[in-house]
Design a protein around this ligand. Structure first.
Ligand code: AMP
Ligand code: MG
Length: 486
């Protein structure tokens, strides 16, 4: 175990120099207090969870103190926002404090979000409000617990510093952890500003630090692109299988590591709706739930364009062509597991599609359906779930086909339940749950957000006494408008 003050830093990204980032000191927020910390994320830095209780903890993560070896810097990048190229973005309200090396030798970026203005703040105030910081914290740690690749969150601190959005709110900071903060947009920035040397430096950095295996390949940059395509295919398959809607899939919010990154107006589906648009500002539905698949491919094409500096375009095209089939294979695999199926069969894709259409037509709760399907033997589970469907003939036909698929599996109901409950969460981060704990936190009560975080850290476990967190949203919580203004 390490103590908070003796973390070991090795700031590899900072050493790339001023073409890549600018030195900026965090601007502290007033009277900071710890809202919530993640013991699991602290463990990544070898920190004892008890360290969160000391006063220094909130000081460090609210910009009042810094480690001697930290080198806070704002990174420059660009990217395609809603399909339109924005030539200059960057860390407008977050700073890379440095890279901590843990006992296992892993480097973890410490990124302080809401740390004040930087040269990339444009018209913004450099701040993050409490509500959006809590939302990112909860989602980061929950997606990780669900087995979905993601950046992590160490803690949120609240303050008395006022911030103006649609109304007066208060500033908060989130400490984000990731193995890298390099985005697709980093590559785009150096490509479109015609800085081939820096583009190469960035590429070498990413290869050496994060994809050393690619360096052994004949064409390292092609191998890198292929790997990013593969990782994104797996990532998006997880999002689609678990009903996660990111909301702002701009290329500057896409991580080169293929992890969920830059949480904004995200949502998990309550009722299944393939067309769900979780971002209130997304008028055209560009980032609707089902569009996440083609949009990921679109973003990969934008990254591929920046890599034409290193690789023949035909080879990049071929690698990009792997995305859809890989996505489809991952997705089918995840959905088969969610259905409790232990092998693959010809008609599985159609079986899954028919189920989703039935769920869509009857506004069935996406998470609770799969959990209940594993609770009892197929016949009983289906008889109970039937009540939730409007198209009974359609459901009965589907149920018969599903049961026929289950018949081959003779492991017994106990094994089936354990298997299915291991992949079908009982607890999911519903928008209304986040909203409830945010309202309490805004009143200074951090108990609810801590409890919700604890529940969502074990989403597959039965947690006696916590059943209310598995309930469908009340009427007020069904259509919460979440916008980008955070
Ligand atoms: P996001 O929508 O959070 O991915 O942010 C898009 C861009 O706007 C990034 O370059 C952010 O750093 C910047 N940005 C967002 N909010 C603020 C803010 N309050 N102050 C300064 N920059 C911001
Ligand atoms: Mg962003």
């Amino acid at each position: 175990m390490k103590s908070l003050t003796d973390l070991t830093f090795d700031n590899r990204f900072a050493r790339l120099g001023d073409a890549f980032s600018t030195e900026v000191l965090p601007e502290p927020i007033a009277e900071p207090r710890l809202v919530v910390a993640s013991p699991a994320a602290m463990a990544l830095l070898d920190l004892d969870p008890a360290e969160a209780e000391c006063e220094e903890f909130a000081q460090l993560f609210a910009g009042h103190k810094l480690w001697h070896a930290a080198e806070p810097r704002a990174m420059v990048y660009s990217g395609h926002q809603f399909g339109v190229y924005n030539p200059r973005l960057g860390d407008g309200r977050g700073l890379l404090l440095g890279e901590v090396v843990n006992a296992a030798g892993e480097h973890w970026d410490l990124h302080l979000k809401g740390a004040g203005q930087t040269p990339y703040s444009r018209m913004g105030d450099g701040r993050a409000v409490l509500r959006s910081s809590i939302r990112e914290f909860l989602a980061s740690e929950h997606l990780h617990a669900l087995g979905i690749p993601t950046s992590r969150a160490l803690c949120v601190t609240a303050s008395n510093t006022p911030v103006w959005r649609e109304k007066k709110e208060s500033a908060a900071m989130l400490l984000r952890l990731a193995r890298s903060h390099v985005r697709f947009g980093h590559f785009e920035y150096f490509y479109y500003t015609r800085q081939p040397e820096q583009l190469k430096q960035l590429g070498e950095h990413v290869l050496h630090c994060h994809f050393p295996g690619c360096l052994e390949q004949e064409q390292p940059y092609l191998a890198l692109f292929r790997e990013v395509v593969e990782r994104n295919a797996a990532l998006i398959a997880h999002w689609q299988a678990y009903g996660f809607c990111h909301g702002v899939m701009n290329s500057d919010n896409m991580s080169i590591l293929g992890i969920t990154f830059d949480y904004g107006p995200y949502a998990f589906l309550d009722d299944f709706d393939a067309n769900h648009i979780c971002n209130h500002s997304d008028d055209s539905g560009r980032y609707s739930f089902s569009n996440q698949v083609p949009i990921a491919q679109w973003n990969l094409a934008a990254l591929g364009q920046a890599l034409t500096a290193f690789v023949e375009i035909e080879a990049l095209r071929e690698a990009l062509g792997l995305f859809l089939p890989l996505y489809q294979a991952h997705y089918l695999d995840l959905m088969r597991r969610r259905l409790g199926l232990t092998d693959a069969a010809e008609g599985d894709e159609a079986l899954i599609q028919r189920l989703l259409q039935l769920m869509q037509g009857s506004a069935v709760d996406y998470t609770n359906f799969f959990r209940a399907l594993g609770d009892s033997a197929p016949a009983q589970a289906l008889a109970r779930l039937r009540e939730d469907f409007v198209d009974l003939a359609g459901f009965d036909a589907w149920a018969a086909d599903y049961q026929a698929r289950c018949a081959a599996d003779d492991g017994g109901q106990e094994a089936r339940r354990a298997r299915m409950h291991g992949v079908n969460p009982k607890y999911i981060l519903r928008n209304y749950l986040a909203q409830q704990v945010i309202e309490a936190a805004e009143q200074g009560d951090y108990g609810p957000v801590r409890e919700l975080h604890a529940v969502l850290s074990r989403p597959f476990d039965e947690q006696p006494g916590m059943e209310r967190y598995a309930e469908r949203p009340p009427e007020w919580g069904k259509h919460l408008a979440i916008s980008c203004s955070s």
